[in-house]
Design a protein around this ligand. Structure first.
Ligand SMILES: CC(C)(COP(=O)(O)OP(=O)(O)OC[C@H]1O[C@@H](n2cnc3c(N)ncnc32)[C@H](O)[C@@H]1OP(=O)(O)O)[C@@H](O)C(=O)NCCC(=O)NCCS
Length: 170
């Protein structure tokens, strides 16, 4: 059972979010298409959080344990076009020290409720093809496999594939 608090991010979380993201991208097993030296500074991250907070078509959720951010989930609509307004895309992470406690599931369930509340009926994501924990989480939450993007990410000199997954909501 998750003992952490899931809530919307506020600009005051920026420094803790940067620390969290830095920890995720610095893990020996890469799971995110962001190199450690490209992690945003706190001011840039604060502006990013403010954009999420002021948008009706995007959300950033965080999981907090004490004073520390230990998980984050972002969802944003992929296009303002009427034809694509029902589609949103997600990204997420949970600190290594806090995994397998239900935090990822809690973040995703909150995110799905938010999608429903604003009429999003397709939630999609990309996940590195070798990221078994994340794939297992998404499968457990009803996401289906839709395809593979070959060599879409380059980590150092190595290209890797990712998988397209999506869940239809209604
Ligand atoms: C993927 C990630 C977010 C999962 O977060 P988490 O808080 O550990 O997930 P939960 O504890 O809520 O797990 C929910 C379910 O997902 C599945 N799951 C999660 N991690 C798993 C693992 N390592 N192996 C097998 N199944 C796993 C299980 O079905 C689990 O339910 P259970 O614990 O009752 O068996 C986390 O591992 C992470 O942040 N990884 C690095 C960043 C990342 O990969 N982000 C996603 C990029 S697309």
């Amino acid at each position: 059972v998750a003992v952490v608090n899931v809530r919307r991010a506020t600009p005051a979380d920026a420094a803790s979010l940067v620390e969290h993201i830095r920890a995720i991208v610095s893990e020996p097993v890469r799971t995110t298409p962001l190199d450690p030296d490209e992690v945003m500074d706190v001011a840039t991250e604060r502006a990013r959080v403010e954009q999420f907070a002021s948008s009706s078509r995007a959300i950033m959720l965080v999981a907090q344990d004490g004073g520390q951010i230990v998980g984050e989930l972002t969802i944003r609509c992929i296009s303002p076009r009427r034809t694509l307004q029902h589609v949103a895309s997600l990204g997420m992470s949970v600190r290594a020290s806090h995994r397998r406690r239900g935090i990822g599931r809690a973040l995703l369930e909150h995110g799905i409720e938010w999608c429903r509340s604003i009429g999003i009926t397709r939630l999609e994501l990309y996940v590195f093809a070798d990221n078994a924990p994340a794939i297992a989480l998404y499968e457990a939450l009803g996401f289906q496999h839709e395809g593979r993007r070959r060599q879409v990410v380059k980590l150092g000199e190595t290209y890797i594939d990712d998988l397209v997954m999506a869940r239809l909501l209604d």
